[in-house]
Design a protein around this ligand. Structure first.
Ligand SMILES: [Zn+2]
Length: 222
């Protein structure tokens, strides 16, 4: 009996210790943060001065973000699933090429700050199954969500940048960033290989954007 009690007491002590460690970690990392200097430098390679970086916050998401593993950037602030928030306190130092994911979310910040109604776009895509229907995407592979699907060298070849929806714009800028700036991070990654393959097309698609990212004409319509 005393053994049972001792083990119970030990369990309680461990729970208490775990709880204190978790709370301390939580206090230390907070629930939201500003962009780091390294992240701002990465963004400036793409968005130049078209974003007010001091206004951008990265937040810890709730249940739905942890459940889906998806980030969301509906109103100029990035919301990350808890585990991704904790492991990416500075995306400029993230492993495995996650920088392109960060740049995708920053594309939504760019759209929002220039005036695109991203919250409304998101709701429309949600209603049309953009975030629930999966397709076999030429550019992104099997089981891609419909909203993100592109075929830049085929079906979408003649489109201009502002003909793409707000998620596809994020994907295109991701491809650009990965091909141009993540060559030294695990180059055999599928995302990197696809980005290299699409680079000539993406470069011409982004020609106006890269020259003047302040141009509101570039914003998506859906
Ligand atoms: Zn997105």
């Amino acid at each position: 009996m005393s053994n049972v009690l001792a083990s119970f007491k030990a369990k309680l002590q461990k729970m208490d210790k775990d709880f204190k460690t978790a709370s301390a970690l939580h206090l230390k990392i907070g629930v939201r943060r500003k962009l780091t200097a390294g992240e701002i430098q990465m963004c400036q390679l793409v968005f130049k001065n078209s974003i007010d970086y001091s206004k951008v916050l990265i937040n810890i998401g709730g249940y739905i973000h942890s459940k889906t593993g998806n980030a969301m950037t509906p109103a100029g602030e990035i919301v990350l699933p808890r585990s991704e928030y904790i492991t990416n306190l500075d995306f400029s130092k993230s492993k495995g090429g996650l920088q392109h994911w960060f740049i995708h979310e920053m594309t939504h910040v760019w759209q929002y700050q220039l005036g695109a109604p991203n919250g409304w776009f998101g709701i429309k895509h949600l209603c049309n199954g953009g975030y629930t229907s999966q397709v076999n995407s030429v550019d992104s592979g099997k089981n891609e969500l419909k909203a993100y699907d592109t075929d830049l060298l085929g079906r979408d070849y003649n489109k201009k940048f502002n003909d793409f929806n707000f998620e596809q714009q994020g994907r295109i800028i991701e491809f650009w960033f990965d091909a141009m700036y993540l060559r030294n991070i695990d180059p055999t990654r599928q995302h990197h290989q696809t980005s290299l393959q699409l680079l000539p097309k993406v470069r011409s698609l982004l020609n106006n954007f890269l020259t003047n990212p302040n141009d509101k004409f570039l914003l998506p319509k859906e």
